[in-house]
Ligand binder design. Structure first.
Ligand code: ADP
Ligand code: MG
Length: 399
C-alpha cells in the first residue's frame, strides 16, 4: 500500500473510529449458525490494533442482499456474539440502523469499547451511496478505517461516501489483501502459474486476459474450459458454453505458446448426460464428448498434467474450481489441484468464493499463503480495475 495511508499512519488514541468490515459470512441454510468464520477472524488484527491504541470502535458491515429493508434473517446479531467470543471483549450490538437509536449507542462510547451496527443494507442509502446517509455515518466518528476488501469494488455509502468527510485509512486486512494480490500481479516468484476455472468465462475475461500475459502457464478448467475447447473446434455437447466469448477464447489460446509456456486446456474430462449429483458419468478424451453429454470436471490425465506444472511452480494464483466440486464424482480435479497448490514453499494466492469453499472442504486453508476474503473484489483488482473503496482512501499526497 505505498500510496494510501493505513491505521499505522494516524493517531487513533482517544478517537472514535468507524470501522467498515466485511462480515458477509455464509450461514448453514435455514439457521443462524455461521458456516465459515474466516471473514470475522480476518478482521481481528485490525480491531485489536485499534483497541490497543486507545480507540473506541464503531464496526459496520453489510450481510446479504436485503435491498434497503429490514430482513430479520440477515441481522448481524449472531455475528456480534461470535465477535465477542473471538475478541474476549464485549461487543455491544445496536439492533437498528435508525439514526436516533445509533446516536444513543455511540454518544458515550469510550476508548476500549466496541459496538457493532446492524446490517447497513437495511438502509436504502447504503447501496445508493446516498449523500445524506454517508454524511450521517461519518458524523458518528473521528476517523474512518476500511478493512472490507470484499466490498471494496462497490461505491457504497460506507465504502466510499463516508471518505468525503473523514480522514480515511486502510485496515491491516485490506493492506494485506492488496500486498498479496500486487505480489502476484507485478512481482510473482517464477515460474508463475495461474489456475482459472469456475462457472463462466464472462465473469472473468479481464483476469484471464491479464494473467494470460503475466503468467508462465495458465491452466484452464471448470465450466469455462468448454468455451475454450469449443473455440478450438471440439464438440462439447451440452456443456456450458458462452458463444459470445468464443473469439476471445480463441485469441487467448492463439497468443499463448505451448507447451513450454502458455495456456493449457483439458485433454480429458468427466462427463455426464445430466446436471445432477447422482447421474451416471464417464471419463473420456475431450475429442469424444457426445452431443448429449456435458463437461463437469477435468479428467485424471489433465489433473496429472496440471499437478506436474504446479509442482514446478514457484508461485500460483488460483480462481475457480476445476469442476462441480460440490458433488463427489466431479470434485477430484479440484482436490488434486488444491493439494498440489498447497504443497511446499510456493507462494499460493487464492481468490473467489467457491474456490475458498472448495479449499476449506478439503481442509487445506492453513496451507495457502493468502486466501482472499474478496471474491469479486479480488478479480476486479487482478483484472486491473481501480476499486472505489481503495481509491477513495486518504493518500500521502492528498491528506
Ligand atoms: P469462484 O466463486 O471461486 O470465483 P465461480 O463463481 O466462477 O468460482 O464458479 C464456481 C461454480 O462453478 C461452482 O459452483 C461449480 O460447481 C461451478 N462449476 C465448475 N465447473 C463447472 C462445469 N464444468 N460446469 C458447470 N459448473 C461448473
Ligand atoms: Mg463465485
Amino acid at each position: 500500500m505505498p500510496d494510501k495511508k493505513t491505521i499505522r499512519d494516524v493517531d487513533v488514541s482517544g478517537k472514535k473510529v468507524l470501522l467498515r468490515v466485511d462480515f458477509n459470512v455464509p450461514f448453514k441454510p435455514g439457521t443462524v449458525e455461521i458456516s465459515n468464520t474466516n471473514r470475522i477472524t480476518s478482521s481481528l488484527p485490525t480491531i485489536r490494533y485499534l483497541l490497543d491504541h486507545g480507540a473506541a470502535i464503531i464496526i459496520c458491515s453489510h450481510l446479504g442482499r436485503p435491498d434497503g429493508k429490514k430482513v430479520s434473517s440477515l441481522t448481524l446479531g449472531p455475528i456480534s456474539e461470535k465477535l465477542t467470543q473471538f475478541l474476549d471483549v464485549p461487543v455491544n450490538f445496536c439492533p437498528s440502523i435508525d439514526f436516533c437509536k445509533i446516536d444513543l449507542f455511540v454518544k458515550d462510547l469510550k476508548p476500549g469499547e466496541v459496538i457493532l451496527l446492524e446490517n447497513l443494507r437495511f438502509h436504502p442509502g447504503e447501496e445508493e451511496n446516498e449523500a445524506e446517509f454517508a454524511l450521517w455515518l461519518s458524523g458518528l466518528a473521528d476517523i474512518y478505517v476500511n478493512d472490507a476488501f470484499g466490498a471494496a469494488h462497490r461505491a457504497h455509502a460506507s465504502t466510499q461516501g463516508v471518505t468525503k468527510h473523514l480522514t480515511s485509512v486502510a485496515g491491516l486486512l485490506l493492506e494485506e489483501e492488496i500486498r498479496s494480490l500486487r505480489h502476484v500481479m507485478f512481482d510473482p516468484p517464477r515460474p508463475f502459474t495461474a489456475v482459472l476455472g469456475g462457472a463462466k468465462i464472462s465473469d472473468k475475461i479481464d483476469v484471464v486476459t491479464r494473467l494470460g500475459s503475466m503468467a508462465d502457464t495458465v491452466l484452464i478448467g471448470g465450466g469455462m474450459a468448454a468455451t475454450f475447447l469449443k473455440s478450438q473446434g471440439f464438440n462439447v455437447g451440452l456443456s456450458l458454453v458462452e458463444d459470445n466469448f468464443l473469439s476471445e477464447a480463441e485469441a487467448l489460446v492463439a497468443r499463448s505458446s505451448p507447451p513450454a509456456s502458455g495456456l493449457m486446456l483439458p485433454s480429458d474430462a468427466v462427463v455426464s448426460t445430466a446436471f445432477h449429483s447422482e447421474a451416471e458419468h464417464r471419463i473420456c478424451e475431450v475429442s469424444d464428448i457426445e452431443p448429449d453429454e456435458m463437461f463437469l470436471d477435468i479428467g485424471p490425465q489433465t489433473a496429472e498434467n496440471y499437478v506436474r506444472v504446479l509442482e514446478n511452480s514457484a508461485s500460483v494464483f488460483w480462481n475457480g474450481p476445476m469442476g462441480v466440486f460440490e458433488w463427489e464424482q466431479y470434485s477430484h480435479g479440484t482436490k488434486l489441484v488444491a493439494e498440489a497448490t498447497s504443497v511446499g514453499a510456493r507462494v499460493s494466492v487464492i481468490g473467489g468464493g467457491s474456490t475458498v469453499e472448495a479449499i476449506s472442504k478439503f481442509g487445506l486453508e492453513g496451507r495457502m499463503t493468502h486466501i482472499s476474503t474478496g471474491g469479486g473484489a479480488s478479480l476486479e483488482f487482478l483484472g486491473g480495475k481501480k476499486l472505489p473503496g481503495i481509491e477513495s482512501l486518504t493518500g500521502f499526497d492528498n491528506p
